[in-house]
Design a protein around this ligand. Structure first.
Ligand SMILES: CCCCCCCC/C=C\CCCCCCCCCCC/C=C/C(=O)SCCNC(=O)CCNC(=O)[C@H](O)C(C)(C)COP(=O)(O)OP(=O)(O)OC[C@H]1O[C@@H](n2cnc3c(N)ncnc32)[C@H](O)[C@@H]1OP(=O)(O)O
Ligand SMILES: Cc1cc2nc3c(=O)[nH]c(=O)nc-3n(C[C@H](O)[C@H](O)[C@H](O)COP(=O)(O)OP(=O)(O)OC[C@H]3O[C@@H](n4cnc5c(N)ncnc54)[C@H](O)[C@@H]3O)c2cc1C
Length: 666
């Protein structure tokens, strides 16, 4: 194997690291065997030369990008399938792959098969009855059919009860008639819908016996299995170029009285019998289950994407030298600027916080799902609220800290060859998809207001909201991490109390419940956000304490520093709230600021070790700035030379336009 020459600054950073990087990687992977298994899988995928791009994706046309993505998606699927352990349950398979970022080595802008894996198959699992699962899952898992999840319409994404696509049952033929009555009823957005999928799960308003029976899922064939031509009565296309996700093939779909057999309604929850009788499910919101599942996955995805961005930015900051700290000294590494540490170390801590939270949430999701399967629905509302608030916080924080990582790389962060703009393109839509963030915070607020009323009635609250019933004053600020967590809970409680009081006040003033809710909604969403912050900080601390207790002292210390940094960062960001709702004094604030700066200093020697610990290979980072060897300038030049404009010394436009223009002939 060729010896790699590592940039000397990066090499000396690695020599400074106080803990064993491999131990950190094993900790993140959940054990040495998991690290080994992940690496074996990466080795195998990366050994397939055809999965690599010869021409950087960014220089392809829109159409070429899609065709290239499909070529790689098919090959990637086959390689992954060959590595699959058939003895793993779906739950284990997902849990064991939570650290897998290998998809990024193949697609800078995501795969056109994403929705098949992430939503189509889960929708069949969650919404199909046993017979339907038996038939459709086999076909979907073997990739005999490719599907997507078609819910959003041109006119409605958030408000599902406002969807316009209808599925009207015709008992004479035992068929549903799918129809898009208006332009705004067209399905719009589903990934893979344009040219990839031949089936999809369509969410439509069911009408039977002339009654609206709410939104129900239908499995609908949209293209011929042989020719791939759209079926009669189906209008399909692609929605066009976007900020990111350009290889995901998002599409539109319209129905012109398209008929499907009765057994294509996914009938795990609600059913329509042959004569058109509708039987409702135990809870109509079980139909929204696929979204809850993906919201849970998104938390983990955000942690992984942020780990990528901050790895790039930290390594670059160790290599990059700029300006002067002291006139007599050489230019320092930009990582020595405390402002740079402030921009980036929080990204490392945040990735850890959400990967811990994601695992905790996934286990909670699995527990509640098995209860739901046994007909016990009690914990569904709390799961919905948790999935909403953690999806919101993880997507907002990831977008902010990925963008901050990009800005921290100066001009070079703007280059596509840094892979930071594309990473931002992958995180920012998560604030919109699977439930627009404000809307989801309002769902959380709704559950909090309900909990508040339950508390006033002396009823027990769901565990994640139990702190609301803690009436004790926080009479002393002790500044410890646990003390700050309690203060965050007090903030959430105080903001909720304030928004409930306003909501009630507006109603007493004569506003309808809905108008009062709308008027109080800025405060309500703020309370929901604070509730989420309290949960993340607490889960990060307790899960780290629980899992890291067996680690070596130096690594344990480094992880504790991340937990403390995360806690202090948010305490300082939310000073106004803490001053309002906790006994924080000016002296305490100054103390926290000083501790925060000390922490930056303590983390500084470990910064490169911490991102090396994420163990994200160069092929996955796909970045001229973030590669392990730190050959930043050489790689930037190598990538620049791949620009098609550099293939010839004079471009033909010179002769055609510039020269005649400059000579006054045009
Ligand atoms: C660590 C482990 C993880 C491992 C992961 C590794 C695995 C590797 C595998 C794969 C890689 C993973 C990659 C991750 C993902 C990245 C790619 C993602 C691609 C995503 C593409 C995007 C797809 C989409 O966007 S699909 C469309 C999504 N659309 C939405 O989300 C619409 C949002 N709107 C709504 O949900 C609803 O309209 C609403 C909730 C806002 C309002 O609904 P409505 O009916 O009006 O209800 P409302 O009156 O407000 O409330 C009534 C009561 O119902 C309760 N409720 C609402 N929703 C739910 C629910 N879902 N569940 C339970 N209960 C619900 C609500 O609280 C009310 O209750 P109350 O008691 O009456 O107050
Ligand atoms: C990259 C990407 C991939 C996607 N993939 C899919 C897919 O595969 N399948 C699919 O079905 N969909 C998909 N979507 C669609 C996505 O789910 C919707 O965009 C999302 O649910 C938001 O709906 P909307 O676009 O209609 O926004 P809107 O609901 O119109 O939101 C616009 C604004 O109105 C505000 N607003 C709306 N309702 C309220 C309210 N009740 N209270 C306060 N404010 C409100 C919002 O906060 C926001 O500021 C995808 C979207 C993106 C960006």
């Amino acid at each position: 194997m060729a010896k790699i020459t590592v940039n000397k600054d990066l090499a000396s950073e690695r020599a400074k690291c106080e803990f064993n990087v491999e131990e950190l990687t094993n900790y993140l992977d959940g054990g040495r065997e998991n690290t080994a298994r992940r690496r074996r899988m990466e080795d195998k995928v990366l050994s397939v030369k055809e999965l690599r791009d010869e021409i950087p994706e960014e220089y392809l046309s829109h159409k070429e990008k899609y065709e290239n993505a499909i070529r790689k998606a098919v090959l990637f699927y086959k390689v992954q399938k060959s590595l699959d352990d058939p003895n793993q349950s779906d739950h284990e398979r997902i849990r064991n792959s939570y650290r897998s970022t290998i998809t990024s080595a193949i697609f800078k802008d995501n795969s056109p098969l994403t929705l098949h894996i992430v939503m189509f198959i889960p929708a069949i699992i969650g919404q199909g009855n046993d017979e339907q699962r038996e038939y459709w899952l086999k076909r979907a898992k073997n990739m005999e059919i490719i599907g997507t999840y078609a819910q959003t319409e041109l006119g409605h994404g958030t408000f599902l009860r406002g969807l316009e696509t209808t599925a009207t049952y015709d008992p004479a033929t035992e068929e549903f008639v799918l129809h898009s009555p208006t332009l705004t009823a067209y399905k719009w957005w589903p990934g893979g819908l344009a040219h990839t999928a031949n089936y999809c799960v369509v969410m439509a308003i069911l009408y039977t016996k002339s009654k609206n029976c709410g939104i129900q899922p239908f499995i609908v064939q949209i293209r011929d299995e042989e020719t791939h031509m759209p079926l009669p009565g189906i209008k399909l296309g692609e929605i066009g170029a976007k900020l990111g996700y350009n290889t995901v093939n998002n599409g539109f779909l319209g129905f012109d009285n398209h008929r499907i057999p009765r057994d294509r309604m996914l009938m795990r929850n609600a059913q329509v019998s042959k004569d058109g009788t509708f039987t409702a499910g135990a809870n109509s919101k079980l139909t929204y289950g696929t979204m809850v599942y993906v919201r849970v996955l998104i938390v983990n995805n955000m942690a992984n994407l942020l780990a990528k961005a901050v790895t790039i930015a930290i390594r670059y900051s160790a290599v990059r030298r700029q300006s002067k700290l002291k006139p007599e000294d050489p230019e320092p590494q930009i990582l020595d600027y405390v402002t740079q540490q402030h921009k980036l170390f929080i990204g490392i801590a945040t990735s850890h916080a959400y990967s811990r939270t994601a695992l905790w949430l996934w286990d909670h999701y699995a527990k509640v799902t098995s209860e739901l399967n046994a007909g016990k629905l009690d914990n569904l509302p709390e799961l919905h609220s948790l999935a909403c608030c953690l999806k919101v916080l993880s997507s907002v924080d990831a977008a902010v800290f990925v963008e901050r990582s990009r800005l921290a790389c100066g001009g070079h962060g703007y280059m596509l060859s840094s892979n930071l703009p594309q990473t931002y393109g992958l995180v920012t839509p998560a604030s919109t998809f699977e439930g627009e963030n404000t809307v989801l915070l309002l769902q959380v607020a709704r559950s909090l207001v309900k909990a508040w009323q339950q508390m006033l009635n002396g009823r027990q609250l769901a565990p994640s909201m139990a702190y609301l019933a803690d009436q004790k004053q926080l009479d002393r600020w002790d500044g410890s991490v646990n003390g700050i967590i309690r203060a965050f809970q007090k903030v959430a409680r105080g903001k909720l109390a304030f928004s409930v009081a306003n909501f009630e006040k507006y109603q007493k003033m004569g506003l309808s419940r809905e108008d009062a809710w709308n008027k109080a909604s800025v405060q309500l969403t703020a309370a929901a956000e604070s509730h989420g912050r309290a949960i993340v900080v607490q889960v990060f601390k307790t899960e780290t304490d629980r899992i890291a207790s067996s680690l070596s002292p130096p690594l344990r210390k480094a992880l504790d520093q991340l937990v403390e940094l995360f806690t202090l960062y948010w305490a300082l960001e939310r000073l106004g709230d803490l001053l309002l709702y906790s006994p924080l004094s000016e002296v305490d604030v100054r103390d926290m600021q000083a501790r925060y700066e000390e922490l930056l200093e303590k983390i500084r020697p470990n910064a490169v070790g911490l991102v090396d610990g994420f163990d994200i290979r160069d092929e996955i980072l796909n970045s001229a700035l973030g590669a392990y060897d730190g050959r930043v300038y050489e790689r930037l030049m190598e990538e620049a030379l791949k620009s098609p404009l550099n293939a010839e010394p004079v471009n033909s436009s010179f002769h055609k336009y510039l020269k005649p223009f400059m000579q006054g002939k045009l």
